[in-house]
Design a protein. Sequence first.
Length: 198
Amino acid sequence: MVKNIIKILLLAVIVVLAYLVIESVLRPVRFNSEVNKRSEAVIASLKDIRAAQMTYKTIHGKYTPSFDTLVEFLKSGEIPVVKMIPDPEDTTFSRTIRDTIGYIPVADSLFRGRAEAIDKLRFIPFSDKTLFQMDAGAIEKGGVQVNVFEASAHFNTFLKDLDKQSVVNLIAGREQIERFPGIRVGSMTEASTDGNWE
């Protein structure tokens, strides 16, 4: 009887230990999978912000630091449709004449079939309506003023409901190699519109 009880207790201990070992392996796998899923959604939003900012700059000559201005531009702005024709007075056909033949709404050009994305543009996915950090301005590079912008989401904003220690470790790992602990597009110190995921 005592031997049977000991066997049952040992079996229970083995099952618990096996569960703990398996869970210790699967926990980081599940965490990384969720980080990747959320990061993809944040990157998609940052790509939309970049496209909107670049279109805004094409029309206005600079980027905007304001989501209100950017969203209003996306909802009511228009992009000229330009036709390039050769200059009839140029026999070398190297000069062209730009002729504006119409306008198309910015929303149709950038967000065709995704009108709801315009209103969500300022909010970081998985963050309970936390705003992306965004700034714009100009810097001097090689004696020339260059317009720049930056939009970012810190890991704390879109991973805050995941395992706290895993998030702390992820942030510490990024900071240790002097990289931004989150996802960012553009730069306020470099003339770049690249994302840090590219």
